[in-house]
Design a protein around this ligand. Structure first.
Ligand code: XMP
Length: 534
């Protein structure tokens, strides 16, 4: 599905590198309005192609005075004015608007970071029915400040320090917030965005999962010709399962699924997943045991990025071989590969074109995006690539994918390879990790808290510590337990277990898993950590 296929008003976000850009997208979609991000320096042609109803200029780490400060393309102002498209600048976006429309932005006079209070200066504008003098708590993060506004602009709110906090020019339809309405620390942020989109801009709330499904099926049927065959790698996770079920609905038995046991799966995962695919989903799945192939390639490799690249490459080799077998059977090579790539994978893995340092840096090569070899013979079908995780779950529910599948915690493509730190083939690390992970997850399920947690897992640390077990000195391995809450995996908080629960789990692990004498808990959020350890 391309964004142009969506039958809904589009709010287009031009991204200038703020860590909150994706959050603006999500907030708008939560209001049932379709929203997408483009690089802030995208060409006028690509902006025009999206036919946006509203454009938002995001925040970013730059100063508008920097020589390389990213900016919308030339002709942009003329375009939005002639099409009467409202433009909202947030933080850097506001400063960009002010500066490019003839106002003045000063460098760092009044730096404002964190929780601040703003006061409404103008009734019946950006703040709806709020009265002049009403106060709100907002989240700010800026050094530069708008000091002279372009002609026609009015101050809609000021900060407690007297700095411009919101501006509007209703005639030309330019608006701006010097704070972040998209973060939860801004108490009335959602109401403000809602008022802006529906009352100020007249956007309609039409973004529905049923439409997404219908459009997606249509797009796949148009793309895949009747004689084409399609393959799909099923991991047993939510994303690939929903993607496969959707494609199966679109093209039926021309879809051929493969489940790869790469030796990096969790305890009894292969048996459990295969049983569910066959029993509940009736998807045609071939199981390939490629344990040897993966582990021999990974032997001695300690660099996390290298591991991810190797795994990505081996997956593709297997899909190629699977495609070859199908070619023998049907006399025609499959043309497409289905992947459950999500929107956050796309945002985090690809630095936007034409930019290096201006945007969020590449964090990890998610194997399903960053590690694909250039000479891959299969074309991709990525039916979920414009969706966030909770949206995929909603789609799965419409497709009758069993609840148990939809609620499964995410599991990374490179599997336990990113949870055994260092060489995955060291000793019996994988076996130990599987046992520990199973005890941890089962305990979480027994405690009735599985659904409160975004993701929980154990990590095998490549160190030994001294312990005492049965009056004997031991020099054994250490495992870390990680559990986080999150909305979409982009940011996360560590989950605060009851002490008794942790005590119980640690005891169970040390008493029943040979080779472990110490259990630690990871209590970092994302950022600064990532969810996985590698
Ligand atoms: P990080 O560790 O980047 O993870 O904070 C965010 C979410 O993505 C999952 N993850 C992956 N998923 N292929 C995937 O399909 C990958 O290579 C990969 N790496 C991380 C991770 O489990 C978490 O849910």
């Amino acid at each position: 599905m391309d964004s142009q296929d969506v039958k809904s008003d589009l709010v287009l976000i031009l991204d200038y590198g703020s860590q909150y850009t994706h959050l603006i997208t999500r907030r708008i979609r939560q209001l049932s309005v379709y929203s997408l991000c483009l690089n802030g320096t995208a060409s006028l042609e690509s902006i025009r192609k999206e036919n946006p109803k509203v454009i938002i200029l995001s925040g970013g780490p730059h100063s508008v005075h920097a020589p390389q400060a990213p900016c919308f393309p030339s002709g942009f102002i003329e375009y939005v004015e002639s099409e009467k498209i409202p433009v909202l600048g947030i933080c850097y976006g506001l400063q960009l608007l002010v500066q490019r429309l003839g106002g003045q932005v000063s460098i760092g006079e009044k730096q404002e970071y964190g929780r601040m209070e703003i006061e409404v200066q103008k009734a019946c504008g950006l703040f709806g029915n709020r009265k002049v003098g009403d106060k709100q708590v907002v989240w700010m993060s800026h050094g530069d400040e708008a000091v002279n506004l372009p002609q026609g602009f009015e101050v809609a709110a000021r900060s407690q320090q007297g700095a411009v906090a919101a501006v509007e020019d209703n005639k030309r339809r330019f608006y701006g917030f010097q704070y972040h309405p998209e973060v939860t620390h801004t108490h009335e942020g959602m109401e403000t965005l809602q008022h802006f989109l529906f009352d100020v801009c007249g956007v309609s709330a039409e973004w529905k999962m049923e439409d997404v499904l219908e459009q997606e099926i249509k797009a796949i049927q148009e793309k895949v010709r009747l004689e084409d065959h399609v393959i799909c790698a099923l991991s047993g996770g939510v994303d690939s399962t929903v993607a496969a079920t959707l494609v199966h609905k679109a093209i039926g038995d021309r879809l051929h699924c493969v489940f790869v046991d790469n030796g990096l799966l969790r305890y009894k995962e292969r048996e459990r997943v295969m049983e569910t695919f066959e029993r509940d989903l009736h998807l045609p799945v071939t199981c390939v045991d490629a344990t040897e192939q993966f582990l021999s390639q990974l032997k001695g490799v300690v660099d996390p990025e290298m591991k991810r690249k190797i795994i990505g490459k081996e997956f593709i080799n297997i899909f190629d071989a699977f495609a070859h077998d199908l070619e023998q059977k049907f006399g025609k090579r499959p043309a497409y590969l289905v992947q459950g790539t999500l929107y956050p994978d796309v945002i985090e893995s690809c630095p936007p074109p034409g930019t290096q340092s201006t945007h969020s840096h590449t964090i990890k090569s998610h194997h399903n995006v960053g590690g694909l070899p250039k000479n891959m013979k299969l074309k991709l079908i990525e039916p979920l690539k414009l969706l966030f995780k909770d949206e995929v779950r909603a789609l799965g529910s419409i497709l009758n994918v069993p609840e148990a599948f939809l609620k499964r915690h995410p599991f990374p493509g490179p599997g336990l390879a990113v949870r055994v730190l260092g060489d995955v083939t060291q000793g019996n690390a994988l076996d130990i990790l599987r046992q520990v992970d199973e005890i941890f997850i089962q305990s979480i399920k027994d405690a009735g808290i599985y659904d409160k947690i975004w993701q929980a897992f154990a990590v095998f640390l490549p160190i030994r510590s001294v312990g005492v077990q049965g009056d004997q000195r031991t020099h054994s391995h250490v495992v870390a337990l990680r559990a986080v809450t999150s909305q979409d995996g982009m940011t996360a908080d560590w989950y605060n277990f009851e002490h008794n629960f942790l005590d119980d789990v640690a005891r169970k692990i040390c008493n029943s898993v040979r080779g472990i004498n110490r259990v630690v808990q990871d209590i970092t959020s994302k950022p600064p950590s990532t969810i996985e350890w590698e």
